[in-house]
Design a protein around this ligand. Structure first.
Ligand code: C2O
Length: 344
């Protein structure tokens, strides 16, 4: 029951032409941010510093205001997630599928890295960090309420329209409903302690079932393998588990292709996608703190992707460059992890 690609025979609510804009600019190799630059802090959404929500909303609104010809626009950023276009992502020159394998964590880390820098640049704040939806902590187990309303007259935003709103979500999960990190497509009855179940789920996927690089990151996906679908590959514990559950829980099940969050091709149109993946990325850092290690295979280290940066220049990055957050100059504000000492 994974999140999957779109079904062309069913109604599609978002465009499927996802190739990145070509700007006739030569791609360049990635350079780490300056050692002396300030580290960006990613805060949990349920505990943002004063004034941070306004800043974040302002940045998303500015992204939405960019024209379609700008690779930093909200729409073009959303499209990054459905691009399988020649040369965009390669491993020894072979086209890649970045889900359901060991490319999942590093690809999304890079995606958010550039997304965060674009947002910061748009509000002229080089310290801006993308918040995270802290769904593994009982305090963060609902959709943060400020994503829910279409109109927000108390915010100083365009026509009172909430930039964090998305029309394609499951209406039964919007008003302080507790998320189910083991969601299978059906709402549970209320005879459970959902928070307790979620902590057990996290413990399983972060500890018990994530005992080595393969079980956590996903199976090896080597040069020469054909992109999608490869049903026999090992999918990492977090990717297959809570990551996918959150996608499905947010997407609207009455849409034929489960837009937005319930389908890869459309997920990037929901602002929740990025804060969700911010927490997914945080799981990598927590797993590493518990002693986990990235794959050391050169096939993994050299796999590369191209993203537009905040100056609209295409930049090629690889997995190896993604493993050390102190080089990338962002970090996660710590938050309680009660699942660490709950039995699975
Ligand atoms: Cu690229 Cu959450 O999936």
């Amino acid at each position: 029951d994974a999140v999957s690609g779109f079904d062309i025979n069913k109604k599609l609510l978002r465009p499927i032409d996802c190739c990145p804009l070509s700007k006739n600019v030569e791609e360049s190799d990635f350079k780490f941010p300056d050692k002396s630059s300030k580290t960006r802090i990613r805060y949990p959404l349920h505990n943002l510093p004063l004034g941070y929500l306004d800043k974040y909303m302002d940045a998303i609104q500015k992204m939405k205001d960019l024209p379609d010809s700008d690779p930093r626009s909200f729409k073009n950023q959303a499209k990054v997630h459905c691009a399988y276009c020649n040369g965009s992502y390669t491993q020894n020159d072979k086209e890649l599928q970045i889900h359901n394998s060991w490319l999942f964590f590093p690809f999304h880390r890079w995606y958010l890295y550039f997304y965060e820098r674009i947002l910061g640049d748009l509000i002229h704040d080089s310290t801006f960090g993308l918040p995270y939806w802290n769904w593994d902590n009982p305090e963060g187990m609902t959709i943060p309420h400020f994503f829910v309303e279409k109109q927000c007259n108390n915010y100083n935003v365009k026509n009172g329209e909430n930039p964090l709103y998305d029309e394609y979500r499951d209406a039964s999960h919007l008003r302080y409903e507790l998320i189910d990190l083991d969601y299978s497509g059906k709402n549970r009855d209320l005879c459970y302690d959902q928070k307790e179940i979620n902590l057990a789920t996290m413990n399983r996927q972060m500890m018990r079932n994530a005992f080595d690089a393969t079980s956590f990151f996903g199976g090896k996906y080597v040069a020469g393998d054909e992109p999608i679908p490869r049903g026999d590959n090992v999918v990492g514990s977090v990717e297959a588990g809570c990551h996918t559950a959150v996608h499905r829980w947010v997407g609207n099940p009455t849409n034929e292709n489960k837009e937005d969050m319930g389908n890869f091709y459309s997920a990037g149109y929901d602002p929740l996608f990025y804060v969700h993946h911010s927490n997914v990325d945080r799981m990598w850092t927590l797993w590493k703190q518990m002693g986990g290690k990235e794959p050391t295979d050169t096939d993994w280290e050299n796999a590369s992707y191209v993203f537009y940066d905040e100056k609209q220049n295409p930049v090629r990055v690889n997995n190896k460059q993604s493993v050390d957050l102190s080089n990338l100059k962002y970090e996660y504000k710590s938050s309680a992890t009660p699942w660490m000492d709950r039995p699975p």
